[in-house]
Design a protein around this ligand. Sequence first.
Ligand SMILES: [Zn+2]
Length: 294
Amino acid sequence: MCVHAFPDSSPREEADAPRDVRPDALAIPSRASTPKGLRIGKTYSRLAAALWLRHVLLALAFLALAIPIPGNAASKDWGQDLPGIVRHIDAPALALTFDACGGAYDACIIDLLRRENIPATLFIASPWMRRHPDTLRELAADPLFEVAAHGLRHVPCSIDGKSAYGIRGTRSLAAAVKEAEGNVREIEAAIGRRPAWFRAGTAFYDAPAVDAIRALGLGIAGFSISGDGGALLPPDKVAERTLGARPGDVLLFHFNHPESGTCAGLKKALPLLKERGTSFVRLSDVPGAANPPE
Ligand SMILES: [Zn+2]
């Protein structure tokens, strides 16, 4: 594979190349003024340089193969939809989930959910809860919401430091467990209840991390619809994606970006969904949802 990647580095082509280049263009003396011994010396040094370059290119090719591709969702052991990750619920309802990764508080979304009386599951990362401790307690006291965990450092959960979206994941099984359990305990200490659900920062995992986190008794929440595209979509797109949901879908939004189009999009979509007779649930409202068939 590596050899085929560099067909142009054969000595024949390296030797042929200078024929088409005028000597003065290379800023070296012309052949007429160069002693024969010096010409032979130059030929050998060019050949050595070509071989050296080839070795460097081959070494770089091997190095590139050894580096994992960031966010490679196609891998069987690394991604957002591995066995054990809950992406649908077995219920005639939608599960709206909202992540608070860090940063600000989008109160517009919470006000909207309360006004429309729509239940939701809120995933709280430790960096966010340390910044908004009073808000977390207030949300936890509202029976409309289920508080879930979103990571101690808000990083992907990996046993060997795989990356997603440029964020380096945990580097050992123990660190992956700490990423979930550390955040869970911090939330439990703040609100007096142990969260039942977890979603990693970026929602990326490898298979051993999924198994270890589930062994903690936590359900792992994936998603079937990225409702706000990482809080980057304009309101119309958020509304379009939300209105496209079907019973059993788990929708992912963010409530830590008040500047985003998420709230405005939901303001359009949620009343229409209610008019259609759509039901909404928190993840723990669905019996057995944390243990999907594999
Ligand atoms: Zn997040």
